[in-house]
Design a protein around this ligand. Structure first.
Ligand code: AMP
Ligand code: GLY
Length: 422
């Protein structure tokens, strides 16, 4: 099978890494890829959001499966364009991708399906939103309805902070049109878990959970990021909790999406809060998490390609996946300045030494090959240092041993990944 992976981050490197060992694979392409992916796949210089160029390439190469990494191409209709071109695509239609593109849509679907979540209200009028805030008080959560690069959520500790969020999102439109509608939600308290299920429209196959580290600094301080590290499985997420999440959150959502004529095919990523009253849905994403994907893929023993094809073809009920029981962990190395502006082009050395640490796998995120074959930083999140170990301490120690032999003065990482579990 010829496969085209769309995207060029750490998540896509991890996907390419497991796909490359599939006995079904004959050729792997990645658009646009990165310096690490280039060792496994033929990188194609097409942007992940250039749908017409991706379709033209996939047709010209007679690709058997297109796999979407990030949400943006899905929201833009990659899966629909593939279907129209007779190409198989792993990922939801644009209609089903609204589970990520519109938080209000997600809350509507979840409420209709009886999924446990925060109490919520939706507003298009800032005055009405402010009046509601005065009723609820703080803490309270204010969210831009649309996609805002992970920055559209304000967990407000005070009423003043919540009112400022209304002004920024609805009036100053700091996230553009994404802020034309806001959601105001009850503030849920508990531990957050990222949970993933492969879906074929009808059947959902759980593929595990991970805990992410959103804040840039040690001890969960500083601004929010795309994720500075992850580990899997989180000890708090017991098999009993997983069964409850499948029964009360994932399966009812799939059934409601099918009932609405927009069956969900792809990876459903549920952001969960483990509250005192049980697990509650915070939000959905329609793709693998980054860096959660790297942590999951480190533990996968079965053939991912066969499972993704089963999901595309509506045969997930027959599929099973085997996982390494040992835990995995990923430490993200980012360029100084991240999540703000960063300088690109600094050289990264010592990657071979890092990869030689037992149990370690180095994933590239924002890298590009330099003219002399060296690896250059090319983004905010640059590397994901993954490790698997007999226990979480061993995995963490291996990952940080690898971090410490990487020679990249312009980079930094958190030193406390998995602190909640350790
Ligand atoms: P997002 O950018 O949509 O991933 O959301 C950012 C973060 O906001 C989530 O990971 C949670 O930590 C937090 N959050 C979102 N909604 C709520 C809520 N209703 N209660 C508490 N925290 C929330
Ligand atoms: N790490 C969180 C995300 O991928 O959205």
């Amino acid at each position: 099978m010829k496969v085209l992976v769309v995207g060029g981050g750490g998540r896509e490197h991890a996907l390419c890494w497991v796909l490359a060992r599939s006995p079904l694979l004959t050729k792997l392409f990645c658009a646009p890829g990165n310096a690490g992916i280039a060792t496994l796949a033929e990188c194609v210089p097409i942007g992940a959001e250039d749908i017409p160029a991706l379709i033209a390439f996939a047709r010209a190469e007679a690709v058997d499966l297109v796999i979407a990494g990030p949400e943006a191409p899905l929201v833009l209709g990659l899966a629909d364009a593939c279907a129209a071109a007779g190409l198989r695509c792993f990922g939801p239609s644009a209609a089903a991708a609204r589970l990520e593109a519109s938080k209000g849509f997600t809350r509507e679907v979840a409420t209709a399906a009886g999924v446990p979540g925060a109490a919520w209200r939706r507003f298009t009028d800032p005055a009405a939103a402010r009046a509601y805030l005065r009723e609820t008080g703080a803490p309270i959560v204010v969210k831009a309805d649309g996609l805002a690069a992970g920055k559209g959520v304000v967990v407000a500790a005070s009423l003043a902070e919540a009112e400022a969020a209304i002004a920024d999102i609805m009036e100053s439109r700091v996230h553009g049109q994404a802020g034309a509608t806001v959601l105001i939600e009850e503030c849920l308290i508990g531990q957050e878990v990222s949970f993933f299920a492969l879906c074929d429209g009808e059947t959902a196959l759980p593929i595990g959970a991970a805990q992410d580290h959103k804040r840039v600094g040690d001890g969960d301080t500083g601004p929010n990021t795309g994720g500075m590290g992850a580990y899997s499985p989180p000890p708090v997420f017991t098999p009993a909790l997983e069964a409850e999440v499948m029964a009360r959150i994932i399966r009812p959502t799939l059934a409601e999406m099918a009932r609405r004529g927009m069956p969900f095919r792809g990876v459903l990523f549920a952001g969960l809060m483990l509250t005192a009253a049980g697990p509650k849905l915070i939000e959905y994403n329609v793709r693998f998490g980054d860096p959660e994907c790297q942590a999951l893929m480190l533990r996968l023993q079965s053939d991912l390609l066969a499972a993704l094809i089963a999901a595309c073809d509506g045969r997930l009920a027959e599929a099973t996946l085997r996982w390494d029981a040992r835990p995995s962990l990923v430490v993200v190395m980012a360029a100084r300045g991240y999540p703000g502006a960063v300088r690109k082009g600094s050289p990264i050395r010592g990657l071979d030494r890092a990869a030689a640490v037992p149990g370690v796998q180095v994933f590239h995120a924002g890298t590009a090959p330099g003219p002399g074959g060296e690896v250059l930083a090319n983004g905010g999140r640059v590397l994901g240092i993954g490790a698997i170990g007999t226990d979480l301490h061993a995995a963490r120690d291996a990952a940080y041993r690898a971090v410490d032999v990487i020679d990249w003065p312009e980079g930094f990482c958190r030193r406390d990944i998995a602190h909640r579990a350790l």
